[in-house]
Design a protein around this ligand. Structure first.
Ligand code: NOJ
Ligand code: CA
Length: 753
């Protein structure tokens, strides 16, 4: 069945790609429009008198995106046969005489256009849903630009670009395509000119533009205030930042009309061989704000090296009239290519525990084996060093985690700090930090492999690269083979600190290519990936379902050390921003909120109740969920822990029952292949009553489900009494409706059997 659906999808794609241009379509200055299948969203594309491409977007007849520019500034010699001049002159400064400035901004002629409609359903390997419908109308515009216009000088010939628009019932995706042609072989992107000019001043949930980090707390403000707030944006606590030099935001960025009725989300889909798109914020006049694509530059300041034929990622604008519909949108996945992995049986959603929080809980453990500074890969002999006595990844300790996982329906055990190099891995800008192969003397690879196997547990490998992608690629194949040889099927990778090759950024084109290279190579070894600090996801897990999860935002780790942590509203915003692009390894499940439990001087405090931690397993979607706290803390609350033991990580169906970004989310999900439902509701710093209307769910009619409800205690609150909870049982039918009070930064978690 899966293959059949995939085949028809591929056939559809092929049909789309080959659709013949319409002959005799409108000439220059004419405008073309496209309606969504339900006719509620309308796209308009046109060329100005100067041949500048523009588009606009209406929802229910009202403008959402006013006239907005499309195009690029590039540097280019002119043709496929022009490789030689490139070899002679890599310099890209304004003085460069070989790579001439050229533009794809004006002077275009509308050659032709093509329309298609696509409607099919595809099966996911894992996901929030087992089946996803892709229903859209497409308009491709074929634009011709005389070379004389492109260069502003007498130059023969024309070049062609295609802009492809896909309009779904919940929004628009569009991308640029550069066909192979003699007049456009290689070029360098200096700037993408794509604009998003908003008709209204919407409330914006944003993090500041940055080339190296997105582990920030969201700011909420009218879009017109972003530029003023930008200079004071708080980037503290991050190992490596590089602020965008002009005011702007990262995507996914969420917009909402105060009082509701209009919700917009901007991001990108299928980021492949291109820099990530961030957005500059600019005044568009008449009280309007526009966002302009700002591609993350490389060390030379270039924003993309292109060889035709090539397409850009899709620019996505999701538009709905209610917040749950944003969270239920599958537009970004639909714009990604079908699954590229033939046999996916080895790819398994799962929960994992790990030697991890122990290094964040004050005084409980370290990654490093010694306290000796200045260790060197391949030179330091650890058997001659003095152990610090706090190294957590030792054989005996790891065995305890394996026992804990085996006893509690947890498939994996992560071990951080197992390999040599942690003494000065960070802050030195070191190129050769880890080899991903050599364990510390107290970590017995073979003994643990056999022990984990005997308990039916998979070990989760840890590859911290400390940003040296260069060094990681040197070892990658050996490191993956080492995993295969030792019973590891998932790797958590990490990119803390500035990227080496030095001068590169986490989100530039080459580093984006590194992340995808690891995913593809891992697929060859049947390895699943959980990447920390990579570029934020853009739905590529449809194509590469071994890419289970990523961090790419502020996770639980920030809660351990300082009082700011992650404010109560953080997890009510993440699903509308970061998680729009793909699953997040947020690392939920912390039962011991106050870090003073470990050390009376500690300042860290989880900004949720215990029950909200349970609800996060449902609300924050991921096929890979960490059971993050210390086993001893779960032993203190065994009845609450039952929810974590039981909650699945793969779903047939998802319904968001109520949501407002920054305020609350209530999500219901049906377990894959079972008539069991799990509901999670969370709130921000305000207490509220969650309304769970079961008539909105496709429950089996007439069937009585027994429900276990994990609710905040009456006296619970995140700051004063986070561990107060109560568990109750009730019967639910499709006519039931529950109204459950949530504490300040509290939640509720329900299991329906
Ligand atoms: C940052 C990651 O987010 C965290 O999970 C990990 O433990 C450390 N880096 C060390 O790799
Ligand atoms: Ca991190």
């Amino acid at each position: 069945m899966k293959r059949l659906l995939a085949m028809s999808a591929a056939a559809m794609m092929a049909a789309t790609a080959m659709a013949a241009p319409e002959v005799g379509t409108p000439a220059k200055s004419d405008s073309l429009s496209l309606l969504s299948p339900d006719k509620r969203i309308e796209l308009n594309f046109y060329l100005t008198d100067k041949g500048e491409p523009f588009y606009s977007l209406k929802f229910n007849g009202q403008s959402v995106i006013d006239d907005s520019r499309l195009g690029f500034e590039i540097r280019h010699e002119g043709g496929v046969s022009d490789i030689q001049p490139f070899m002679n002159g890599w310099e890209t400064k304004e003085t460069n005489t070989v790579l001439r400035p050229s533009q794809m901004r004006e002077g275009f002629i509308l050659d032709s256009s093509a329309r298609t409609t696509v409607d099919y359903t595809w099966e996911t390997v894992w996901g929030e849903e087992s089946h996803i419908r892709d229903h859209h109308n497409e308009l491709a515009v074929y634009l011709r630009q005389p070379m004389s216009a492109a260069f502003g000088t007498e130059t023969d010939g024309d070049r062609t670009i295609v802009i492809r628009f896909r309009l779904f019932n919940d929004g628009l995706g569009f991308r640029y395509e550069f066909p192979k042609q003699n007049t456009l072989g290689y070029f360098i992107v200096r700037n993408e000119l794509t604009e998003f000019t908003f008709h209204e001043d919407l409330t914006t949930f944003w993090i500041a533009g940055d080339y190296d980090s997105n582990e920030f707390i969201h700011e909420t403000s009218p879009m017109s205030r972003i530029a003023a707030l930008y200079p004071d944006f708080d980037r503290s606590g991050n190992a490596c930042i590089c602020p965008m030099p002009v005011p702007g935001v990262q995507t996914p960025v969420m917009f909402k009309r105060d009082g509701g009725g209009l919700y917009v989300n901007i991001h990108e889909a299928a980021l492949v061989n291109f820099p990530a798109m961030q957005l500059e914020v600019q005044d568009a006049g008449e009280g309007r704000t526009k966002f302009v694509s700002h591609l993350v530059p490389d060390a030379l300041g270039n924003r993309g090296h292109v060889q035709t034929p090539q397409t850009t990622p899709w620019r996505t604008i999701i538009v709905t009239d209610n917040a749950p519909a944003i969270l239920e949108s599958r537009l970004i996945l639909n714009l990604n290519e079908p699954c590229a992995i033939e046999d996916t049986d080895w790819i398994r959603p799962q929960k994992f525990a790990g030697v991890w929080w122990q290094m964040f809980a004050p005084g409980r453990g370290t990654w490093s084996y010694t306290n000796e500074p200045n260790v060197q890969l391949g030179i330091t002999d650890y058997t001659k060093t003095t152990p610090n006595g706090t190294h957590a990844a030792n054989t005996e300790n790891v065995k305890k985690y394996i026992d804990f996982a085996a006893a509690n329906n947890i498939q994996g055990v992560l071990v951080e700090g197992w390999n040599q190099g942690w003494e000065d891995w960070f802050g030195q800008f070191k190129e050769f930090v880890f080899d991903f192969l050599t364990p510390y003397p107290d970590f017995d690879v073979v003994e643990l492999r056999e022990y984990a196997k005997s308990k039916g547990v998979q070990l989760v490998m840890h590859h911290e690269t400390s940003g040296s992608t260069l060094n990681y690629e040197r070892y990658l194949d050996r490191a993956y083979q080492f995993m295969k040889d030792n019973n590891y099927s998932v790797v958590k990778s990490g990119y803390v600190g500035p990227i080496i090759p030095r001068g590169a950024h986490h989100y530039d084109q080459s580093t984006v290519n590194h992340f995808l290279h690891c995913i593809r190579r891992a697929a060859d070894y049947e390895i699943m990936i959980d990447a920390h600090e990579p570029v934020r996801p853009t739905g590529l897990h449809r194509t590469w379902p071994n890419y289970l999860a990523a961090e790419s935002a502020r996770g639980t780790e920030f809660e351990s050390s300082d009082a700011i942590g992650n404010p109560p509203e953080h997890t009510t915003i993440l699903p509308f921003t970061r998680i729009m692009g793909g699953p997040m390894d947020y690392t939920p499940g912390i039962f011991q909120q106050d870090m003073k439990y470990y050390d009376e001087n500690a300042k860290g405090h989880i900004h949720t109740t215990l029950v909200k931690q349970l609800a996060l397993y449902v609300v924050l979607y991921s096929p890979l969920q960490m059971v993050a706290d210390l086993p001893e803390n779960y032993e203190r609350f065994p009845d609450a822990f039952t929810f974590i033991r039981n909650v699945p990580t793969d779903w047939d169906y998802t319904k968001v029952l109520e949501a407002e970004p920054g305020d609350y989310i209530t999500t219901a999900r049906k377990a894959k292949g079972e008539d069991k439902w799990y509901i999670g509701a969370i709130t921000d710093e305000n207490a509220r009553t969650a309304v769970i209307d079961f008539s909105k769910l496709p429950l089996t009619k007439g069937k009585k489900y027994s429900a276990t409800i994990y609710a905040d205690g009456e006296d619970a609150s995140w700051d004063e009494n986070p561990q107060s909870y109560k568990i109750s049982e009730t019967l639910i039918t499709s006519d039931s409706k529950l109204e459950i009070p949530l504490a300040r930064s509290g939640g509720v978690a329900i299991e329906l059997r």
